[in-house]
Design a protein around this ligand. Structure first.
Ligand code: SF4
Ligand code: SF4
Length: 440
């Protein structure tokens, strides 16, 4: 049996064990928080308010006190033993723009995630509509796993007016948005039918973190990722995996995030020891594995996974002469209005397609500016946040309409939802264009 089959079998065992343990082994996140004492980080804040001026939520929501309060000030207040977390922490969308903007490297998102987790754990009413709705949104993978068993029926039911009304009135999920369709064949089903990797290599090996959306909703992105990497001679493996945790962090569901992260770290760190790097096609997934896991968790292998995780285009640009390959290629793709997701900016990855497609005949990507799309994963799906989400996105919608192309492009699936919702444009992932240009 090959190493890959061995590791896939091991992963299956790990996943089965995890499924058996699905009865929520309680995870004590905050009793361990002495190890995660962020008060010293708050002392690095010199109150310049750069984070506040870069916060898209603070710009449209007068009741949101901004990242400086949510981070350093909240942690300073925690010096007083009986201080409660302010409930406004639930209005932070977890876009991480403040993290990127702070000139003093204050660990703002770590502070926000930790404070939000503590608020949900110890202060939020567990039978409230807000908790139940947030738990459902945070665990999209669970809903998607069920829905994709009968995709046509699910898509039909989710599109019904009565379903949207129920979701809004009972759960607090906005009826303004169209629920994304489930694919008739998931990425993992395609991968299994295909028989796994078509290329074997001892020294060019990547393990694909497809995340939930590429698996259940847009498998074409995952297929493009596999075909593009195989065209460069990479062996691609697809280990069992859970949600990256991004929507869980944003909703303060740290116990859920910790369970998912534990499985992901175990499954991917084993492959890293066999020479694989971890590749994600979603910039929020790569962000989560690289930054949030080591900030919040300390499983064996967490640091290794963080150090070996890359976004797909980033990895190819580091290891291959992608520009030269594109110069030899040609597509009839036209002009794209490109939005760089906030989480891509936070990894220093804004604008990769704009630079790359300069080398490609038949495609250009025009950057529509640095503004936030406004949806931030689950934030824009909340009924009470929908208007703020659209206000934040207005600048991006205007710039998309001013751009030459009438097809959008981004690496983030929820930014893509917002771009489509605000402009009516079709939205593509850059990997789809790479596939058209590079794969026979
Ligand atoms: S940007 Fe950094 S240093 Fe400035 S107020 Fe915000 S946390 Fe403090
Ligand atoms: S993560 Fe985004 S929404 Fe939250 S405080 Fe920072 S800038 Fe504002």
């Amino acid at each position: 049996m090959s190493e890959i089959e061995d590791s896939n079998d091991e992963n299956t065992v790990r996943e089965e064990e995890a499924v058996e343990n699905d009865e929520f082994e309680p995870v004590q996140v905050f009793p361990e928080s002495e190890e995660m004492d962020l008060r010293p980080g708050s002392d690095d804040c010199y109150k310049c308010s750069t984070c506040d001026t870069n916060c898209p939520v603070a710009q449209v929501d007068d009741e949101f006190p901004g990242p400086k309060f949510q981070g350093p000030e909240q942690w300073r207040l925690k010096r007083k033993e009986d201080h409660d977390i302010d409930d406004s922490v639930m209005s932070c969308s977890n876009c991480m723009r403040c993290d990127d903007a702070c000139p003093s490297d204050v660990p703002l998102s770590q502070m926000h995630n930790t404070a939000r987790g503590e608020y949900v754990e110890s202060q939020m009413e567990k039978l409230s509509q807000e908790y139940i709705r947030n738990r459902i949104l945070a665990n999209y993978r669970t809903m998607a796993e069920l829905g994709s068993k009968v995709p046509r029926l699910t898509n039909f039911v989710m599109g019904l007016g009565v379903t949207k009304l129920f979701n809004e009135k009972v759960l607090g999920i906005t009826s303004e948005r169209e629920f994304p369709d489930f694919a008739e064949e998931t990425f993992r089903e395609w991968w299994s039918d295909r028989g796994g990797p078509k290329v074997r290599s001892e020294d060019k090996r990547v393990a694909y973190f497809h995340g939930c959306y590429s698996n259940y909703n847009t498998p074409k992105v995952g297929k493009a990722m596999v075909r593009v990497f195989e065209s460069f001679g990479y062996e691609v493996v697809v280990p069992k995996q859970r949600c990256s945790g991004t929507p869980m962090f944003a909703n303060g569901m740290l116990e859920d995030a910790k369970r998912a992260a534990g499985i992901n770290v175990e499954n991917f760190s084993g492959l890293i020891e066999e020479g694989y790097d971890v590749i994600a096609s979603c910039t929020s997934c790569s962000m989560s594995l690289r930054q949030e896991y080591p900030e919040l968790f300390s499983f064996d292998g967490t640091a290794s996974v963080a150090a070996h995780t890359y976004e797909a285009l980033e990895y190819l640009r580091l290891h291959e002469d992608l520009e030269a390959a594109l110069e030899a290629g040609e597509v009839e793709a036209g002009n794209f209005a490109y939005h760089a997701p906030c989480h891509a900016r936070n990894q220093g990855l804004a604008g990769q397609p704009v630079e790359l497609f300069e080398s490609l005949d038949g495609a250009t990507a025009e950057d529509v500016g640095p503004s936030c799309s406004g949806i931030s994963g689950t934030y824009g799906w909340k009924e009470e946040k929908y208007d703020a989400s659209m206000q934040i996105g207005a600048e991006m919608f205007d710039h998309m309409e001013e751009a030459e192309g009438e097809v959008g492009m981004t690496e983030c699936p929820t930014c893509a939802m917002q771009m489509e919702h605000g402009t009516g444009y079709e939205i593509r992932h850059p990997l789809e264009v790479l596939e058209a240009a590079l794969v026979e």
